[in-house]
Design a protein around this ligand. Structure first.
Ligand code: HEM
Length: 414
């Protein structure tokens, strides 16, 4: 592959729709040019950072490497339409991933306590009941179904509705918006330009939520956001909508993709499924391995605020760096047999949740959700097998499987 081909491959959604291609591109970069100057056609250039240690080095220094100038990979054409629409701002929304420094800290602090283990533990009975109902509904589908579309997408969506205090009847509407938001360049999903519409749809939905929670505050995350004060002033309309969007979008597809991709890994490695069934106490390790394996978030950007030397490359102030999480999670220098899926992998220093000041806010919630779902599946399902070809979303941002046709064999009821 020529350099310009590899540059185009890094930016193309298609690469991530074919795992073999994705891993071939990033394995080569880790070997030959781990901090790679990348100039894809139709995109502003950037550095691609592929080694686990380098991703940590960058993300650990959130004052030297900031988020606000460029948070994710968009074509120049799309960036221009966003700037036009948003009066020069490079972002459609202004949520946590687009903020830095003291401002980011004060916004993150608003809901941080809510996502701490102690608080999430209070949700456990409801998460457990949701997981049980999800598997009841799966069982009612019969022997064959699409695990991603019929099962995996619904569970985290219901959890989002739960933490935002919204009725489950909103699930279909929210799912449609989220699919359009993350569809990326996949021809089967929404086109990239529909992201504008999806953002408008999100805002319209959350405006109603915000208004309601101002009038009738309860104890959910939506009430905290709607009624919060920033520097003594009520949170701005755009910032409140952006906050909800960050939670709803970040919390959904990443978790659904991990559940489906984790299950596929165990269908392809039946010894790992059996090991986990026999030793459910391994679940916390297994969930981390699923996140490492799937790496549903493909990248986030940082921008250097000053010149910096990274693995011998001179990064200039103002240049952007793409953190490739799937690559960091297959790094041969960190993981023993990185291409082996092991439910008992430990240590597992993956970067699937990012790191540092912007590291995933919902990490503990995501792990608990996935544990409850798999606990229920392991207890009630004897085995899964594939009955068709799985397919992956063509996106360079967030996603995983878009189809996972399976046949299930449930345990006979005692
Ligand atoms: C397996 C599921 C999940 C994965 C793999 C995941 C991964 C990530 C990653 C890689 C980032 C960027 C980190 C960085 O820039 O260093 C992130 C940020 C974020 N995630 Fe998650 N996430 C998951 C689930 C969730 C859930 C359930 C929620 C909440 C409902 C959530 C909320 C957020 C928020 C708000 C941010 C932005 C944080 C900031 O910029 O300060 N995520 N996540």
């Amino acid at each position: 592959m020529q350099d310009h081909d590899i540059d185009n491959a890094i930016a193309s959604g298609k690469t991530y729709g074919d795992l073999e291609v994705q891993h071939a591109v990033f394995s080569r970069l880790r070997r030959e040019d781990p901090v790679h100057w990348t100039e894809p056609e139709g995109f502003r250039p950037f550095w691609t950072v592929t080694k686990n240690a380098d991703i940590l080095e960058v993300e650990r220094q959130s004052d030297l490497f900031i988020n606000s100038p460029r948070s994710k990979l968009w074509s120049i054409e799309f960036e221009q339409s966003v700037a036009k629409l948003m009066a020069g701002s490079p972002h459609l929304v202004r949520g946590l991933p687009q903020m830095d420094g003291a401002e980011h800290r004060s916004y993150r602090k608003l809901t941080q306590a809510w996502f701490q283990p102690r608080q999430v533990k209070l949700l456990e009975p409801r998460l457990q009941a949701l997981a049980k109902r999800t598997v009841d509904e799966m069982e009612a589908l019969g022997d064959e179904f699409d695990f991603y579309n019929d099962v995996a997408v619904w569970f985290p969506l219901r959890v989002i509705l739960l933490i935002l205090g919204q009725p489950e009847s909103d699930a279909e509407r929210l799912l449609r918006i989220t699919m359009a938001y993350f569809g990326g360049s996949d021809p089967e999903m929404q086109k990239g330009s529909d992201m504008l519409k999806a953002t408008r749809d999100y805002i319209e939905y959350f405006d109603g939520v915000s208004e309601d929670r101002r009038r009738n505050p309860t104890d959910d995350v939506a009430s905290i956001i709607a009624n919060s004060l920033i520097d003594g002033q009520p949170i701005g309309h755009h910032e409140a909508s952006s906050y909800y969007i960050a939670l709803a979008s970040a919390g959904h597809d990443s978790t659904a993709a991990t559940a489906a991709g984790g299950l596929l890994a165990m269908i392809q490695n039946p010894d790992q499924w059996r090991k986990l069934k026999a030793n459910p106490e391994l679940l916390p390790l297994a969930i981390d391995e699923m996140v490492r394996w799937v790496s549903p978030v493909k990248h986030f950007f940082r921008t250097a605020t000053q010149d910096y030397d990274l693995r011998g490359k001179s990064i200039k102030a103002g240049e952007a760096l793409l953190m490739s999480y799937p690559s960091g999670n297959r790094d041969e220098d960190v993981f023993d047999e990185p291409f082996a899926f092991r439910v008992d992998r430990t240590p597992n220093k993956h970067v699937g949740f990012g790191f540092g000041a912007h590291g995933c806010l919902g990490v503990y919630l995501a792990k608990m959700e996935l544990q409850y779902l798999f606990r229920e599946l392991l207890a009630r399902v004897d085995s899964f097998e594939l009955v068709g070809d799985p397919a992956w979303v063509e996106t360079s941002f967030v996603g995983g499987l878009k189809r996972l046709p399976v046949r299930v064999r449930m345990h006979a009821m005692a």
